[in-house]
Design a protein around this ligand. Structure first.
Ligand code: NAD
Ligand code: 6OD
Length: 493
């Protein structure tokens, strides 16, 4: 890695943290530990505690006790104030958290600061407001009866998280869980454990009572992850990650019939009609393809372009892609950082080789790190053309800076392509024809459909995937429903 790294202010001010479990309000040491690796330098930066059934059980018992402790007697206004204080504390420590996130994931520091950490604070502010402004369902049945719904916390919630947006996605679960009065046992990804560790400390500083927020580090199968999903006293499991892991978690949670919410993988189509504003399309498509090194579940990794503008699109999109700078996450001139780990880097490179074997053409990218970097898990933004719809690189989630581009001639044809994978998470439709936008949106099998944009979020909206991209929805009332148990009361009039 270049010496440039040493110049960034954050690197002078902050140090990586060793990741310990946080149970019942205290950090605890672990006999079993593994090294934490910075993927951009491939250096060891600290240690991660590895928990199993015993630590998970301690955390679950603490979370269960906390449900009936001081947490239960707080008013919704008091809970909302605690959520606000967590948001404030995240913002106060935003540079430190961005440093930790960039160091753990390899993503650009500037992106971590602007996107991950800012949004993490916003998740708490959003649910703090939601909690104090929400109503309840009520129905008057003529003169016969009045029905209304009451809410209680669902109980102890297991939260299992991926590595791509570690703090953003963990807080997207923890904020509504706390708003609803439930308690949590969190397990971050073993690849990106640092910001979750600091979040536990922040929750304590913000006044969250002991036992309400617990953190157990570890791996998935046969480790802390699985111990959470099969623990009989965990009432609900929220999981974000790979579709295959979702299947394993569903099986493990089945014997105790836990409530589950799954946000899984995607292979999202980006449909570009000839009547769209091509320059705007290209700038947003650069983001939907390569933001966060393409490691975004919503990434528009299958690009379909109407034939009449295909050549123009390819020329401009390729030129802009080649301009993206890949390298040191702490060099603010870089647009693309490192992938999360050597294992994932090799996985992405294997797909690029597979694309060639499948008859595809690598238009740009396609090799590993740029010559200027001597180590790190860097992959250059890669565009592949010439593949058919059934190619594995078109059907399977690569989860890296790799997109395929295919031409199409008709609306019917592209709707067929868009729906032809096992996934159904996101879609972007680019057109200036309003009727077509509605028509196509209604036929696309995806939980999240954007027209003339990508990843424009409003936290009130339903978020989640259909088909093998998920089970349930998060966001606003949907999150609240997951972290609560509803009872209907009927009063005969
Ligand atoms: P992953 O499924 O490998 O791991 C996610 C988490 O699950 C980790 O904490 C891991 O330790 C744990 N885990 C693994 N096996 C387990 C098991 N058997 N039991 C319990 N826990 C287990 O996913 P990842 O590689 O960390 O993340 C990338 C994937 O996540 C991609 O498929 C991506 O699309 C998906 N993702 C989806 C969304 C969404 O909102 N739909 C968001 C982010 C990431
Ligand atoms: O923005 C969100 O709320 C969200 N859940 C994003 C998920 C991105 C997937 O990588």
């Amino acid at each position: 890695m270049q010496s440039k790294v040493m110049e960034h202010e954050a690197l002078k001010k902050y140090k990586p943290v060793d990741c310990r479990h946080f149970i019942d309000g205290a950090f605890i040491d672990s006999e079993k530990k593994v090294n934490n690796i910075n993927p951009a330098t491939e250096d060891v930066i600290g240690t991660i505690a590895i928990g199993g059934e015993q630590e998970v059980d301690r955390a679950v018992q603490a979370a269960k006790r906390a449900l009936t402790g001081p947490w239960k007697s707080l008013s919704s206004f008091e809970r909302s104030s605690i959520l606000r204080r967590i948001g404030d504390e995240i913002l106060k420590r935003k540079e430190e958290l961005a440093f930790l996130e960039a160091t753990d994931t390899g993503k650009p520091y500037a992106l971590a600061l602007e996107m991950d950490i800012t949004r993490a604070a916003h998740n708490f502010y959003f649910f703090a407001d939601y909690l104090t402004s929400m109503g309840t369902e009520a129905y008057q049945q003529d003169e016969k009866a009045l029905h209304y719904a009451i809410r209680r916390p669902v109980g102890v919630v297991g939260m299992i998280n991926p590595w791509n947006l570690p703090l953003l996605l963990l807080t997207w679960k923890l904020a509504p869980c706390l708003a609803a009065g439930s308690t949590a046992v969190m397990k971050p990804s073993e690849w990106t454990p640092m910001t979750a560790t600091v979040l536990a400390e922040i929750c304590k500083d913000a006044g969250v009572p002991d036992g309400v927020v617990n953190l157990v580090h570890g791996f998935g199968a046969d480790s802390a992850g699985e111990a959470i999903t099969k623990h009989p006293e965990v009432d609900a499991v929220t999981f974000t990650g790979d579709t295959k892991t979702g299947t394993a978690i569903m099986q493990s949670a089945a014997p105790s019939l836990k409530k589950v919410s799954f946000e899984l993988g995607g292979k999202n189509p980006n449909i570009i009609f000839a009547d769209s504003d091509l320059d705007e399309v290209i700038e947003t498509t650069l983001k939907s393809s390569f933001l966060n090194q393409g490691q975004v579940c919503l990434a528009g990794s299958r690009i379909y372009v109407e034939s009449t503008v295909y050549d123009e699109f390819m020329e401009k999109f390729t030129a802009r892609t080649k301009e993206l700078k890949v390298g040191d996450p702490f060099d603010e001139k870089m647009n693309v950082g490192s992938l999360v780990s050597r294992e994932h880097y090799e996985h992405v490179l294997r797909y690029i080789d597979l694309a060639k074997e499948e008859g595809g053409t690598v238009v740009t990218g396609g090799t590993n790190r740029p010559d200027s970097l001597d180590k790190g898990c860097f992959v250059r933004p890669t565009i592949i053309t010439g593949l058919g719809q059934s190619a594995r690189c078109v059907q399977e989630e690569i989860f890296g800076p790799v997109v395929t581009v295919m031409p199409f001639d008709t609306e019917e044809e592209v709707i067929g392509y868009a729906n032809d994978t096992k996934y159904g998470l996101g879609t972007s439709i680019w057109t200036n024809d309003l009727r077509r936008a509605h028509r196509v949106a209604h036929r696309i099998e995806a939980g999240i459909i954007w027209v003339n944009t990508w990843y424009l979020r409003d936290l009130r909206t339903p978020f989640g995937g259909m088909k093998e991209s998920g089970v349930g929805r998060e966001g606003g009332a949907h999150s609240f429903d997951f972290y609560s148990e509803l009872s209907n009361v009927t009063i005969k009039l």
